[in-house]
Design a protein around this ligand. Sequence first.
Ligand code: 5GP
Ligand code: ZN
Length: 114
Amino acid sequence: MADCIFCGIAAGEIPAAVVARTDHALAFEDLNPQAPVHVLVIPTRHVGSAADVDEAGAEVWPAVLGLAVEVARAQGIAESGFRLVINAGAHGGQSVDHLHLHLLGGRPMQWPPG
Ligand code: 5GP
Ligand code: ZN
């Protein structure tokens, strides 16, 4: 989608530190990391938010969740533990309107979130 930063990254038009990719998903380092490991996992096709995923497009979930767990293993945080976060919409704190999953780890996480 035009003017979407994450579509630009998926297309290789905007630089990013890519850590893994599959046919349908891409993982790259967050520009402003909140933990020693902070990787974003996106579907390569444009999906605005989690709220936009319907039954017809539900294949997006195994694509992004599967890659996130693979990256957790590859980054060595599968044993120590990690957190997967999806911010959706205004109240969810979503700031980039292309569905993305945050993979966070390398330190203990707080709960509940703010
Ligand atoms: P949200 O608040 O929408 O859940 O998270 C958006 C995330 O994208 C933020 O953690 C922010 O640091 C990250 N981000 C925003 N723009 C860019 C970018 O151009 N490149 C990368 N690698 N991360 C970005
Ligand atoms: Zn997009």
